[in-house]
Design a protein around this ligand. Sequence first.
Ligand code: PMP
Length: 382
Amino acid sequence: MASYLDNNASTALDARVLEAMQPYLGAIAGNASSLHRFGRLQRDAIETARAQVAELVNAQPGQVIFTSGGTESNNLALQGVMAATGGRALAIGATEHMSVLQPAEALQKSGARLSILPVDAEGRLLKAALADNIKDCALASVMLANNETGVIQDLTPLVEAAAKAGVWIHTDATQAAGKIELDFAATGAHTMTLSSHKIYGPMGAGALIVDKRLPIDAMLHGGSQENGLRAGTENVAAIVGFGKAAELAQQELKQRAQHTRQLRDALQQQLQQMERVEVFAVDAPRLPNTLQFGVRGFDGETLLMQLDRKGFAVSSGSACTSGKTEASHVLKAMQVEQELALSAIRVSFGQNNTMRDVDAFVSALTSITEMTTTAVMHAAQV
Ligand code: PMP
């Protein structure tokens, strides 16, 4: 039996979400922009989903712009705000997802100044350097929760420094949504990214929540869909699924968090008893479902493949760029030593996991590490 322990990468579609999507998967014709009854049916479905997504983050439905996912929302926020403000500088957190880091670097290539906001050893923004780093910036982008470590960011110091300096704030809440309570206005951010497939909804749907005061330009030009901010005929079935997933996430948030926290804490307790294991960001506030750790003397990608062979799906912290394995930029920013960072494994629990997954995972990891250690010792003896 395979154990899927990679829910921060993507979650399984909830059966209730699929059921809600079914009527929009072809049986009903119509374009949401058409004025006739068929079009209106599609439009109504989108508006219901908009209210459901708004509710998840306590925003107004009018603030929800549907996109194709987290990546597009982050690109829209960064490029759209920089374009509309004519900004010449921006700042991003050191542990941001690639879908923030890459558009920021693209803006840098076209002439913008990019500052990287440093974090401490637990992945939290360093307050002391904030004001200097965001000075003259049009936009600062800091994620609410990190996809690797699960670290939850307190945006308050950034919001305060940004208010003084007149800087707009974007936050990527892709991993936070559905796992911790979210209130768009209370975060102090002016845009917020959400993604459907991280909350048991379909892939290919997401949203950017936008404060109406924010100057922002569209990236995709064409029709007037999504308040002119995202042209293109809407993917109604995916949006409907996203809406339903958001509704369920809100209703079940507490029990989901409690369930995954139990599993995560049990795993953490067992891992901390293993000699070579170190859990990252263990003292920072973290998402209830996420745990990232290193195993001294091991390579993360090799461990991942060995675990996969035993039926466990996890993620490694490292990325392979041009044939060379690099430690994750998140762990680098936290000043985790290179060797330990290269051994990183992320486990992210979901609703479908049970305590049996935890116990089976620990025995699989134990047998892999013990077997390899014994083999190395034998090799050293001959
Ligand atoms: N931001 C974060 C923090 C993520 O974890 C992800 C997905 N890995 C994204 C953005 C991108 O979302 P999507 O897959 O919907 O493009």
